[in-house]
Write a protein that binds this ligand. Structure first.
Ligand code: PAF
Length: 281
């Protein structure tokens, strides 16, 4: 497995693979890789001849008061995980390699990025779409792999790829959880012991909401209220949002019908965590 920080080196390598008639999968990440990322890499390795993992903490998707400077990083551990999972190339650029000092071109979706996380992080999805479309142009993969945990991100990227005729299959992969239910996230590392325990209210609310729908409840407000009640019982938790929306358009739903996404963002202390379930009704 190779590691490079150079756009030109990635292009050269991918061109060579293409010349050999090989297919290429891309797993975009911000590093500090865990089992959730590994599941994306495993899937990419199973479905493509060669796999590129990008490992880049993208500054332009962080708001001014967010955690860009403290976001966890460990490239040596990332290398080991990628190597063991069978990836072929890690792209680990410096910010200067990705963004010229006078960088001034952005990719932005409307509507689908306005609700949920878009409300409290108004420039986040513009930063995500811009870096993902740059990665798509650099790697030109056949398939790209994203986690369902970032369900709105997945919807936004699917919309961007469709609207801009990007000839890349966007593959969504299931949420990976700790044994006690907490969705795996690089940001879990910010939690102290007490907060780690309190964070379980997210998955508890997710499992409960999902079971209500499986048992036949169709009223979105009833499901959301029950989920909020669970979270509000935890003193360390502060809800940013809990909502039920259409999984593709991210438009709010009154009734749980179609491709339903129930998503939440909750502060546990100062750490903002997200979780969700998606169900076809
Ligand atoms: O999901 C992430 O880790 C990031 O938002 C992504 C897709 C790698 C873009 O920086």
């Amino acid at each position: 497995m190779e590691l490079t920080g150079s756009v030109n080196e990635v292009r050269k390598q991918v061109k060579e693979w293409r010349r050999q008639g090989l297919t290429v999968g891309l797993v975009p990440t911000m590093g500090y890789l865990h089992e959730g990322h590994k599941s994306l890499i495993d899937r990419a390795v199973a479905e493509n001849d060669r796999v590129v993992v990008s490992d880049f903490v993208n500054p332009i998707q962080f708001g001014v008061n967010e955690d860009l400077s403290t976001y966890p990083r460990d490239i040596e551990a990332d290398k080991k995980l990628c190597e063991a999972a069978g990836a072929d190339l890690i792209f680990h650029p410096e910010p200067e390699e990705m963004y010229a000092p006078d960088f001034s071109t952005f990719v932005e979706t409307e509507h689908v990025s306005a609700g949920l996380c878009g409300k409290s992080r108004p420039t986040h999805f513009r930063g995500v779409c811009t870096v993902v479309s740059k990665l798509f142009h650099i790697v030109m993969p056949d398939r790209a792999y994203f986690g369902q945990k970032d369900a709105q991100q997945l919807a936004v990227i699917r919309r961007m790829a469709r609207d801009l005729n990007m000839d890349i299959q966007i593959v969504g992969c299931p949420i990976i959880r700790e044994a006690d239910g907490l969705a795996k996230s690089s940001r879990n590392t910010y939690l102290n012991q007490e907060e780690r325990q309190a964070a379980l209210v997210l998955s508890k609310a997710v499992f409960y909401g999902e079971s209500m729908i499986k048992q036949g409840e169709r009223d979105a407000a009833a499901v959301v209220t029950a989920m909020r009640d669970i979270i509000e019982k935890e003193p360390l938790a502060k809800i940013d949002y809990v909502e039920m929306v259409d999984a593709d358009s991210i438009e709010p739903l009154d009734r749980a019908e179609g491709r339903v996404l129930a998503a939440m963002a909750v502060f546990i202390g100062s750490t903002r965590l997200i979780d969700n379930f998606m169900i076809e009704v």
